[in-house]
Design a binder for this molecule. Structure first.
Ligand code: NZQ
Ligand code: ZN
Length: 390
């Protein structure tokens, strides 16, 4: 294991098809005003909103609503949410939705009691809230599997005016106090979003796996999770109503990005950084943006991190090493990844998301580059990865 680290994750999880019943009990721990945040209306159409509102009312709480959180939430919307929370003296923020709604809820929770410019402090300067700053508690009722936002302190916000999408990982004070994970709630997620979520999970694991040269327990955990995601995705794509597959996907998503796998790892995250820029320019679902640049990126990473790509081929894709060189094995592993992505219907190019060659300079410009994983890329490298991904 590399270096020294601490591990602490305070989020309490309730999992299963009856897990919503624990919401009432959780609400007892908080004051009277609940800010209920949700997206563009799917929770009303599938009835989850009604179930949640009934429970909040039964618990005797006042509801303040903040609807219309868009996928890839914007700074403009964040300003609106902060204003609502300030005006209503909110005690608890309850996110009802996918990663966008959960991220946004945490962003509001961090910003309400900060007097200065929260965008500059938390997202541009990447500072943490001061030790004495009040932060609102957040709970999540998750409706889509993918981001892991239900058990981490990540918040990705987009400055739409400048096509600039940036994430900030807060410290553990901003992790949800509780999250309710009912796999049945994910059954109405549209097909493209389910697939985008599946690749998001896979890529979170890969971002942490493809780094370093040591023998690390986290990598063995990562391999097990990847095998589970690959298996369940194949079942879910054929039969989206398969509870076993959908519940495994939901649980894997949480463990893929709840701060466990990164222990003792330097990590990568460049696919996410490039993907965020592609997403800001194309408005593609987050997981699709990641998929569209992955193959070109990992082809480059493979040259420097060959040993890990050999291990990926053998332990994740069961490719036998008979008579193959390390380079051949690693290439077969990458091909297996590509074949699986095609099989489950993921986009492999940025053109499929509407990006054109003339957008490449702009996408490159808004991509923040730093040494990561096995690579130390330049802006020119980013531009050529994007060209290869066209
Ligand atoms: O707008 P609503 O009505 O909520 O509809 C959503 C949205 O259109 C819909 N949906 C969600 N659950 C549904 C459903 N439709 C029907 N039935 C349901 N049960 O699906 C669409 C996508 O939802 P969204 O929340 O945007 O997706 P996702 O969970 O992929 O979240 C994406 C956001 O999370 C950020 C991304 O950058 C993006 O902004 N990320 C957050 C991370 C974190 N906190 O650690 C890490 C990730 O890498 C990611 O960057
Ligand atoms: Zn992601």
């Amino acid at each position: 294991m590399l270096g020294n680290f601490s591990y602490y994750n305070p989020t309490k999880l309730y999992f299963g098809d009856e897990s919503l019943k624990f919401l009432k009990e959780e609400l007892r721990n908080y004051g009277p005003v609940v800010m209920l945040i949700y997206g563009s209306g799917s929770v009303k159409r599938n009835g989850i909103y009604g179930q949640v509102v009934d429970i909040i009312k039964e618990a005797g709480k006042t509801i303040v609503e903040d609807a219309g959180v868009m996928t890839n939430p914007t700074l403009e919307k964040l300003n609106e949410g902060v204003k609502i929370a300030r005006e209503n003296k909110v005690d608890l923020i309850l996110a009802l939705g996918g990663g966008s709604v959960c991220d946004y809820a945490k962003a509001v929770a961090a910003s309400v009691y900060y007097d200065g410019n929260y965008w500059e402090k938390f997202w541009l300067r990447q500072d943490q809230p001061d030790a004495d700053q009040k932060l609102l508690p957040v709970g999540c009722v998750l409706t889509m599997a993918g981001t892991g936002s239900e058990m981490n302190a990540g918040t990705v916000i987009t400055d739409a005016e400048h096509n600039f999408k940036v994430g900030h990982v807060f410290d553990s004070r901003l992790m949800p106090k509780f999250s309710i994970l009912n796999p049945m709630f994910t059954m109405t997620v549209p097909d493209n979003q389910m697939k985008a979520g599946i690749y998001d999970i896979m890529n979170h694991i890969m971002e942490q796996y493809f780094s370093d040269f040591d023998d690390n327990t986290s990598d063995y955990l990562a391999e097990g999770l990847m095998r589970s995601v690959i298996h369940s995705s194949r079942v879910a794509v054929k039969n989206p109503k398969d509870y076993e597959a959908r519940s495994n996907i939901m649980w894997a998503a949480t463990w893929a990005l709840n701060t466990l796998l990164k222990c003792g790892k330097s990590q990568d995250w460049m696919v996410h950084i490039i993907g965020h820029s592609v997403g800001a320019w194309t408005h593609a679902p987050h997981g699709y943006a990641l998929a569209s640049v992955s193959i070109a990126y990992y082809r480059r990473a493979m040259e420097k991190g060959l040993h890990k790509f050999v291990r990926f081929a053998k332990n994740v894709w069961d490719i036998s090493s008979d008579d193959l060189t390390d380079v051949q094995l690693a290439q077969k592993g990458l091909q297996a990844l590509k074949d699986w992505m095609l099989e489950i219907g993921l986009p492999l190019t940025i053109s499929e998301l509407g990006a054109t060659a003339d957008m490449i300079p702009g996408i490159t410009e808004t991509t923040v580059v730093y040494p990561s994983g096995y690579l130390n890329l330049t802006k020119e490298d980013i531009a050529s990865i994007l060209k290869e991904s066209l």
